[in-house]
Design a protein around this ligand. Sequence first.
Ligand code: PXG
Length: 287
Amino acid sequence: MKIYLNGEFVEKEQAKISVYDHGLLYGDGVFEGIRVYDGVIFKLKEHIDRLFDSATSLQIDIQTSKEEISKIVIDTIRINGLQDAYIRLVITRGVGDLGLDPRKCPKPTIFCIAEPMNPLLGEDGIKVITSSIRRLPVDVLNPAVKSLNYLNSILAKIQANYAGCDEAFLLDSEGYVAEGTGDNIFVIKNGKIKTPPVSSSVLKGITRDAVVDLAKEQGYEIVEEKLTLHDLYVADELFITGTAAELANVVEIDGRIINNGEMGEITKKLSKEFKKIRKVMGTKVYE
Ligand code: PXG
């Protein structure tokens, strides 16, 4: 497996970065998780746009154009001869000294990994708990920025592990449902699909947006509104979306069984349609 690192492709064992890299010292960097399906990179443009927005927000100068970064992603898949894979594209502030000052980091570190990966949480339906860890408020570290700081998601995941669950949901600082550790949440009640608005401590997931569009095309009513845990507990159907998790059905939340532990009809339909569109919506790796 060859990895792109700062201008060249190197073997996995040789893909090493400095201990003075601020991505490592301070979580000072941004990233994207992207998937390629059947040789088509799903929504590559949207991922690159979000990466650049995250970098702009943190005032990280990527010093490379969007076109060049897109080409790095394409070349990483090509050089490894992959058709279906998960891609991790990371840009850190780069190598500096031991102080925080970003001015000491003249050049960003850029790397891209691509390797085969099944849906992260399996396809059998997942069990979820609500974490006591809150999603970061927009005035602390805006969750719209996909930064290398994932500690609150990791703390929530540890709680899920202890509870014997697959995933944890986080509330925002007001107590409304925000999102999973690396995924967005959808609730279905009486045929209506609901998801929390991106304005409140929720990452604007690219899978989320694709599923919203898809649901509208299929004629479903879909609303973005604040949700409480009660809405989740009494849901007819519940699922999550994310690049790594794809579309995963939730069968249990905090001990409440959803739809008798089965995948509901609307979730089934959306999951089927999502599998169709994702193979065509994006950038072809091999012409
Ligand atoms: N919310 C958060 C906090 C995320 O990190 C999503 C939603 C879904 O966004 P996309 O654009 O992928 O539909 C993410 C995705 C993991 C993992 O292991 C997930 C993400 C990043 C890294 C790892 O589940 N991000």
